[in-house]
Design a protein around this ligand. Structure first.
Ligand SMILES: *[C@@H]1O[C@H](CO)[C@@H](O)[C@H](O)[C@H]1NC(C)=O
Ligand SMILES: *[C@@H]1O[C@H](CO)[C@@H](O)[C@H](O)[C@H]1NC(C)=O
Ligand SMILES: *[C@@H]1O[C@H](CO)[C@@H](O)[C@H](O)[C@H]1NC(C)=O
Ligand SMILES: *[C@@H]1O[C@H](CO)[C@@H](O)[C@H](O)[C@H]1NC(C)=O
Ligand SMILES: *[C@@H]1O[C@H](CO)[C@@H](O)[C@H](O)[C@H]1NC(C)=O
Ligand SMILES: *[C@@H]1O[C@H](CO)[C@@H](O)[C@H](O)[C@H]1NC(C)=O
Ligand SMILES: *[C@@H]1O[C@H](CO)[C@@H](O)[C@H](O)[C@H]1NC(C)=O
Ligand SMILES: *[C@@H]1O[C@H](CO)[C@@H](O)[C@H](O)[C@H]1NC(C)=O
Length: 302
């Protein structure tokens, strides 16, 4: 293919031949990835990922129109089993990688840190293990990181707080432990953070309540302790969901809770909150789900 392409290029002095054939590097990378797949119950590899057709015709592979480089992979729910080898890191133009709802195991190889254009990575609902990669923090375009329902076991790497474009961070149902990094408040574009059903300890860094872009904050079912800042809602105008149930949080429910006026869901149950329930909760007109049970609270909602 390469030779023919070259001859055509010489014959008509055209560089357009690059538009006809995808890059060999991308093809090699995908063939290597294919060889890491050990289970393929829908027979996608045999039936569709044929080597006598361009990789850009493979189901789940999207190429850029003019340069025929792989820009997106979406193998969501293909029921693939196996590992993700290092070669995927050679797909230099990849901006979106979605391998969610498969049966992948092993680690996310460090070579993926070569994917400088990556904006979204979704590896949710697999059996990945190892640490949450600290190299996420070196990928300048990352907007969405979804790792939920895997076996990741580490703390949240502080380097993640360097991802200035990060909008969504989901790590539910893993073994995430340790303290939430203090610099989490650096993520000024963050809209949604969800780390429920993990093993986080320590206090919630107050900087998180300074993120005015935040809509959803869910740290339910961890071992977080200590209190919430008194001025919790001063800068959280966009917050629609605050879920902190099933922790060991204590102190009083901040009285300025009424300033989070877009709150639709508020869940603080199964903690050690004490004092009285701020009567101003009654002025949260959008609130449709409110859970405060199993604390040491008293008082009535006005
Ligand atoms: C693979 O499937 C896609 C989508 O169904 C289709 O467009 C493509 O032609 C198929 N490729 C091969 C080689 O069968
Ligand atoms: C690819 O080659 C195989 C034989 O090796 C053939 O059966 C199949 O039809 C070919 N597919 C395409 C899309 O040309
Ligand atoms: C991948 O495909 C699934 C199913 O078609 C879709 O729901 C999902 O949004 C796609 N992922 C990305 C990142 O576009
Ligand atoms: C692709 O990546 C692998 C493993 O990281 C490396 O050994 C190989 O040389 C690379 N291939 C190309 C064509 O860049
Ligand atoms: C996932 O893989 C394991 C073994 O590696 C196997 O026992 C299990 O059935 C697979 N699950 C699915 C949903 O394919
Ligand atoms: C954040 O990025 C800066 C600049 O690239 C770097 O010096 C620093 O070490 C990074 N912080 C972490 C925690 O990785
Ligand atoms: C967080 O922001 C502070 C102040 O802007 C900066 O000094 C620090 O390096 C940042 N940390 C990370 C991990 O990005
Ligand atoms: C929140 O931001 C304000 C103004 O930028 C700053 O003065 C304050 O110290 C910040 N609070 C926290 C807890 O980071």
């Amino acid at each position: 293919m390469e030779k023919i392409c070259y001859l055509i290029a010489v014959a008509v002095l055209s560089v357009n031949c690059f538009a006809l054939y995808p890059s060999n590097t991308d093809e090699e990378a995908l063939l290597a990835f294919k060889s890491g797949i050990s289970s393929d119950p829908y027979a996608i590899l045999a039936g569709n990922w044929s080597t006598n057709t361009s990789i850009c015709n493979w189901i789940g592979v999207s190429c850029s129109r003019n340069r025929q480089r792989v820009v997106a992979l979406n193998f969501s729910a293909f029921n693939f089993g196996g590992i993700i080898g290092p070669h995927l890191g050679n797909l230099t133009f990849l901006s979106s990688l979605d391998v969610s709802s498969n049966n992948f195991t092993g680690i996310l190889p460090p070579e993926l840190s070569n994917l400088r254009h990556l904006e979204e990575i979704n590896v949710g609902f697999n059996s990945f293990n190892g640490e949450v990669p600290s190299w996420f923090g070196t990928l300048p375009e990352l907007k969405r990181i979804l790792l939920n329902n895997n076996n990741f076991a580490s703390s949240i790497p502080p380097s993640l707080c360097n991802n200035s474009k990060l909008q969504t961070l989901q790590m539910d149902y893993n073994f995430i432990n340790g303290n939430i990094p203090q610099e989490i408040g650096n993520l000024s574009d963050l809209e949604s953070i969800s780390v429920k059903y993990n093993q986080l300890i320590g206090s919630i860094p107050f900087g998180i309540f300074n993120m005015s872009s935040l809509r959803v904050l869910d740290f339910s079912a961890n071992s977080l302790s200590r209190g919430l800042p008194e001025n919790m809602c001063t800068n959280m105008q966009k917050l629609t969901g605050l879920y902190l149930s099933l922790n060991q949080l204590s102190g009083e429910i901040p009285s300025n809770i009424y300033k989070c006026r877009n709150l639709e869901g508020l869940s603080l149950s199964y903690n050690h909150f004490s004092g009285s329930i701020p009567s101003t909760i009654g002025s949260l007109t959008m609130l449709t789900r409110l859970y405060l049970g199993i604390n040491n609270l008293k008082g009535m909602i006005a």
